[in-house]
Design a protein around this ligand. Structure first.
Ligand code: HEM
Length: 359
């Protein structure tokens, strides 16, 4: 008996040390995965790419990404909330009353029929859809996906206050993000790479789909460059709450992004991502993955990252640049220890950014 158990332990040790591969499950589409439970996500993927996202990094992809943040951040160790649990959908009657969640009725209405059709939990679906949305945005990293979030038990606690607002101060935003997910100031800046594929519908409701950078359908570093430029204009007739002047016609700048680019706590991290796609991708993917698990014990979740496709690379002509009409002198240097990297302006008349077509 002793010899048998020793032999078994030795075999297990050898497997662990030499990494003898565990058998993989084959899904009905012929793909193999480490855990058979991940197979259920392939039909969801094949459905939502064309039918929810129109296979593009457009309005629906942007909305799905924002929704993943607003669901996940609704958690505080002292104040409650379930984090990335789907409560923003299940308890939308309460959570959509919070002003910070304005406009999220759109992505919720889009997602609910797919959640029902595929019989998955809303918490899992929200994070899955966000990961898939990124796969449609050239230049985005693969953020992976874990499954196993149970149904939510309660809405994020009222009153509102867990979701950062664009008019919040930097210390307030950093404190909230640390409380919710242990995010460092650099993590927070990295997460804002999401504003590279984003725009606003409700900050100034007269101009829905106003993008935060000049390239809202690719995941590039332009938002880190363009927010550092001197602001000169508002895209709409009146600035919205939490909006400051942007440098480029047709572009909206959030006060929160503007201040994070300039505050001593975050300005060097902000600058470090300008023109540094690889660094931005790595930092964003790491912080995003942690965000998607807020409120859960990671060991209770199953890694199904293999289901998430890779995004196409950025097109060769999509290098970091200054928008036409700007020059290096328009950069408001904020980081005290290193100069902002130098970029060349695109040729031609000053850039005007068109609105993001609304779905
Ligand atoms: C930390 C502070 C943040 C603030 C203050 C903030 C604020 C905002 C605001 C005001 C909008 C415009 C909403 C509208 O009017 O339609 C917006 C859009 C967006 N945000 Fe954030 N955000 C933050 C962080 C994040 C994070 C961490 C993510 C994702 C990881 C994210 C993803 C997005 C996306 C994708 C959109 C565009 C939605 C669309 O175009 O439909 N944001 N954000």
């Amino acid at each position: 008996m002793f010899f048998l158990s020793t032999a078994l332990v030795t075999l297990a040790t050898l497997r662990a040390v030499y990494g003898t591969p565990m058998p993989r499950a084959t899904c009905s589409n012929g793909k193999t995965v480490a855990n058979a439970q991940c197979c259920q996500w392939f039909p969801v993927l094949e459905d939502i790419l064309p039918n929810m996202f129109d296979n593009e990094c457009g309005d629906d992809a942007h909305g799905a990404l924002r929704l993943s943040f607003h669901d996940a951040i609704g958690f505080s160790p002292s104040g409650g909330g379930g984090g990335a649990d789907g409560s923003i959908i299940v308890f939308q009657d309460q959570e959509l009353q919070f002003p910070a969640n304005a406009g999220l009725d759109d992505p919720i209405d889009t997602e609910v029929p797919f959640i029902k059709a595929h019989n998955v939990t809303p918490g899992d679906f929200i994070q899955f859809a966000a990961a898939v949305s990124l796969s449609l945005c050239p230049g985005a990293p693969n953020v992976g996906f874990v499954m196993g979030r149970p149904m939510p038990k309660a809405p994020a606690p009222a009153p509102d206050g867990l979701v950062p607002e664009p008019f919040d101060s930097v210390p307030k935003i950093l404190a909230r993000m640390k409380d919710a997910g242990g995010f460092t100031p650099t993590d927070v800046v990295a997460l804002l790479a999401s504003h590279s594929v984003a725009g606003a519908d409700t900050v100034d409701p007269t101009i829905p789909g106003t993008p935060f950078d000049s390239t809202p359908s690719v995941f590039d570093t332009q938002v880190f460059i363009e927010v550092q430029l001197r602001g000169t204009q508002f895209p709409g007739p009146q600035p919205g709450q939490g909006e400051v002047m942007s440098a480029v016609a047709g572009e909206m700048r959030l006060q929160s992004d503007h201040l994070l680019a300039r505050d001593t706590a975050t300005n060097c991290a902000w600058q470090s991502f300008a023109g540094n796609l690889g660094g931005m991708q790595t930092a964003f993917a790491s912080a995003f993955r942690r965000m998607s698990m807020i409120g859960h014990n990671p060991s209770s979740l199953i890694d199904c990252s293999e289901v998430i496709p890779d995004a196409p690379p950025l097109p060769a002509n999509a290098g970091a640049h200054l928008p036409a009409g700007q020059n290096q002198g328009d950069i408001e240097q904020a980081c005290a220890t290193k100069a902002f990297p130098t970029f060349t302006a695109q040729p031609g008349p000053a850039t005007t950014v068109p609105a993001i077509p609304q779905s």
